[in-house]
Design a protein around this ligand. Structure first.
Ligand code: BTN
Length: 305
């Protein structure tokens, strides 16, 4: 049974009850127990003992599942989040075979990167979801600063950039009931100890890696530990509705504000505009060339020169 589930974890982007049924007659609880059991304490690069050393967080990463290879950590996290007691659970994998990016894109996840997902269960309305995503971007940027990366910036909504190239992407997925957030899965992918040359050609022009930027490998476990600490702190700001402080930290590191962009909203014709800032809900405000202001809640902003 373990082997079949292992195979499934590597190959699936979506874990539904139907998929689980394919491997036999087990229910979701039993399946979760096996999934957790397959999560190790150590892989070649990722060591739970290093990450939780000094016990610097209280609930984020209290439960930590580390895998050699899975399809997508977000998929596993989404599945485990259906259980009540998983607030703060972290899933990490050394490699992903079906890594998911924003807007339905695939996410390249070779060995050497940091591929993790955090489950949180905030007591907040769905309208506050963008702020969680922005907060995660701030936590990544602060963690990078602490390991010696100079001037990491955040491109709206949450790409982390170094010298104008993307080093980290964040994919937030959520389940809400009657406008109340039930579960949030925050997937973070950091191109850490990868050489850009390992990435596909089309990515090499627009991405960078921590190894390339620092000129040496970074300590992945230390970076994960610092990130989880930063994340817990900023998540507490969120839980205490201290939204203005999160926004201030985001604005301080913004790569987007003041830039000319092409706005691509879902189901809308793209248009050019200048980025003015973000409002208190975490929505991007842009000014079109005719002077009208427009809110951008989701979609992409391509920076133009
Ligand atoms: C983006 O497109 O910028 C978001 C990329 C998010 C990638 C991370 S890696 C860990 C987690 N698991 C996934 O399948 N995706 C996210």
């Amino acid at each position: 049974m373990h082997d079949e589930i292992k195979k499934l974890l590597k190959n699936e982007k979506i874990l539904s009850q139907d998929v689980i049924n394919q491997i036999g007659n087990i229910d979701a609880d039993e399946f979760s127990a096996i999934v957790k059991d397959l999560g190790k304490k150590e892989t070649q690069h990722i060591k739970a003992s290093e990450i939780s050393k000094e016990q610097s967080t209280t609930y984020i990463g209290e439960k930590l599942y580390v895998y050699d290879e899975v399809g997508s950590t977000n998929t596993i996290a989404k599945f485990l989040s259906m259980q009540d007691d998983e607030n703060g659970t972290v899933i990490i994998s050394e490699k992903q075979t079906k890594g998911k990016g924003r807007t339905g894109k695939d996410w390249e996840s070779p060995l050497g990167g940091i591929w993790l997902s955090i489950i949180i269960k905030p007591d907040a309305d769905q309208s506050k979801l963008p702020l969680i995503t922005l907060a995660t971007g701030v936590a990544v940027a602060k963690a990078l600063e602490k390991i010696g990366v100079e001037n990491p910036e955040i491109k709206w909504p949450n790409d982390i950039m170094i010298n104008g190239r993307k080093v980290c992407g964040i994919l937030t997925e959520s389940v809400s009931k009657l406008d109340k957030i039930e579960n949030v899965i925050i997937g973070v992918g950091i191109d850490a100890n990868i050489e850009s040359s390992q990435l596909p050609d089309e990515l090499q022009k627009i991405t960078t890696t921590i190894k390339d930027e620092l000129g040496r490998e970074c300590d992945e476990n230390l970076l994960i530990r610092i990130f989880l600490e930063e994340f817990e702190q900023i998540n507490e700001l969120f839980n205490h509705e201290n939204y203005e402080k999160i926004l201030k930290e985001w604005r301080k590191r913004s790569y987007s504000i003041g830039k000319k962009v092409e706005v691509r909203k879902p189901f809308d014709t793209p248009f050019d505009a200048y980025v003015i800032g973000i409002n208190e809900e975490g929505t991007l405000i842009v000014e079109k060339f005719d002077g009208t202001l427009e809110k951008v809640i989701s979609g992409e902003c391509i920076i133009k020169n």
